[in-house]
Design a binder for this molecule. Structure first.
Ligand SMILES: N[C@@H](CCC(=O)N[C@@H](CS)C(=O)NCC(=O)O)C(=O)O
Length: 244
């Protein structure tokens, strides 16, 4: 039985899982869905409500992106993402997962969802054709549901920017001694998680398949990406994607 990664294709947590699987050289099939449509396959697989989930065929379904990274460390060929005994990498990874991920998602949605063409472009690229047809027809309802569910509003976007600025500052300070990666000279779970969870606001070319076409990115959204790309932390995101 092939390994199946259930995703919301453009979700940055799903990107994190894809990246870890690719890096570890693990063959898998992506079962991509649109938001809300992902619930049924997740529940059927015995996962939680959130994507990603990894159906391995030889054990329980792995239901959280960080657990998928650990699973890859146990199964893949690459050097471990969590170097044994390195508590700093695990702490950074956990902080990015709990604070940065929700913040970048909210800020990106805040700038995306007001623009119908950009939103439909992102939602129209992946997943079963019937989901895209229904999603397009019901896009206004989907936008309302996402805005309510994730508290996507001006005040939330402002709070998220503060979290992002704090996190980018912490990352920048760690890189200030000239190290290439957060844990030292090679990519670890901290870098992979930071780069994938920051991708929706840094817009690295390697994530383009999950972003609006460049000419559709709303100007205020592009200005945010331009700002963060110029920071040392933003440069780490771009470099990690270049080397992906
Ligand atoms: N901590 C989880 C977070 C995953 C997550 O928030 N996934 C979102 C997509 S970005 C989701 O599936 N949301 C659907 C929902 O919450 O109902 C992980 O790392 O896997």
């Amino acid at each position: 039985m092939s390994i199946r990664l259930i995703t919301i294709a453009f979700s940055h947590y799903c990107e994190k899982a894809r990246w870890a699987l690719d890096r570890a050289g693990i063959a898998y099939v992506e079962d991509a869905h649109l938001p809300l449509f992902s619930y049924l396959p997740l529940v059927r697989a015995g996962a939680k409500r959130t994507a990603p989930a990894l159906v391995t065929g030889d054990g329980p379904v792995v239901v959280d992106s960080t657990d998928i990274l650990h699973w890859c460390d146990g199964k893949g060929d690459a050097e471990p993402l969590f170097p044994p005994g390195d508590a700093a990498v695990a702490e950074l990874e956990d902080d990015f997962d709990r604070r940065l991920g929700p913040a970048t998602r909210r800020l990106a949605y805040f700038h995306l969802l007001g623009d119908r063409r950009a939103t439909l472009d992102v939602m129209g690229k992946h997943g079963p054709a019937w989901e895209r047809v229904v999603g397009k027809a019901a896009w206004r309802l989907a936008v309302i549901a996402i805005r309510r569910g994730l508290r996507v509003d001006a005040a939330g976007a402002e709070r998220s920017r503060t979290v992002i600025d704090q996190t980018f500052a912490v990352v920048g300070e760690r890189l200030a001694d000239g190290r290439r990666y957060l844990g030292g000279d090679r990519l670890t779970a901290a870098d992979l998680t930071f780069a994938s969870l920051a991708a929706p606001i840094v817009l690295p070319p390697g994530y383009a398949d999950y972003l609006p076409r460049p000419d559709l990115v709303p100007p205020a959204f592009q200005a945010i990406a331009d700002h963060y790309r110029r920071t040392p932390a933003g440069e780490l995101v771009l470099r990690a994607y270049d080397e992906r």
